[in-house]
Design a binder for this molecule. Sequence first.
Ligand SMILES: [Fe+2]
Length: 392
Amino acid sequence: MPDRAMKELRKFVVPEVIVGTDARLLAGRYVAHFGARRVMVVTDSQVVDQPWFTGIIDSIRQLDKEVELFTDVTENPKDYEVMLGSELFLANECDLIVAVGGGSPMDCAKGIGIVSTNGGHILDYEGVDEVHLPGPPLICIPTTAGTSADVSQFAIIVDTQTHVKKAIISKKVVPDLALIDPVPLLTMPPYLTACTGMDALTHAIEAAVSNARSELTDVHALEAVHLVTENLEAAVQPERTLGTMRNMMMGSLHAGFAFSNASLGAVHALAHSLGGLLDLAHGECNGILLEHLIFLNYPHAVSQFQHLSRQMKLPMEAANDDQLRRQLVQAVSALRQRVGIPDTLPAVTVTPGQIDKMAESALQDPCMVTNPKKLTKAEVVTIYEKLFHPQG
Ligand SMILES: [Fe+2]
């Protein structure tokens, strides 16, 4: 039965996407298609050491294009990294960006594109539709199966003055091309695979219950839940196959199509605040938070959560809403445990003041707007406290 969300106008924006083994090696050909002469490759210091990386650079240089390598990107990309990259982009007269890596290099590359074209400071563009001019052509080559920055309208940048992650949400940051190649996933450490996989699952679940979801986003969200829950456990094993990693990459891609257009929810709002203040891995934060928000949100999106449960092949017969709610929470919790993500952050100490600050900024996060339940500050504080002071 169509609900109110389904009757409203919805848009659906995705970039050109090429999927398949060795798709990354098409980078050079597409640089030529865009007519670029000098390419800034934005990546990080781990990616450049990977065996599959040189083929990307070679594919560009073989076509007589110059390459400026920018690797000064850290996990949770910082505002000053974006500003430095923009200076170098302009100083070297680059005319196209290729981002290679997980969410951090891709978000940093989006920021570099924004500032090099629009001027000012990257944080001037925080919020929804604040970017006026499109940046230079952007080709993304994701090397993790989770972030989906390669297809999304989001760029998340840390404000290093306040240690808060700022969301820039705009059609102008959707890349021009995503080369979706499973080969880089085979060298991902298992814990990174687990965290990025839980990030993808969170994207799919939050998109599926978002107040801004649509028929188009639902299709992708549900397929993503199926692919990620079927493959994540195998993806963290030493004997993982290219086929398994391709399924994870496709799961992440479908989740990206869904959340980029339906937006996200409270898991990401709380994760941005948590990861920004304490500089924690984004996927780890989502993985730890997800089950708590499913429990709180369930009564506010019952039919959508039941669709998700069916995608996870959970038994639906002879169970009431409360039993189905607990069953879904337990299934997500069990998956998190099986892939090695903890349920708390015991090594991290926080003060009540920091929890209060995190709760305040989570409530202000743009992702909170589309959460099916309007959370109170007390509820947010209670969730954060469980991460640091488990109740047994
Ligand atoms: Fe995410």
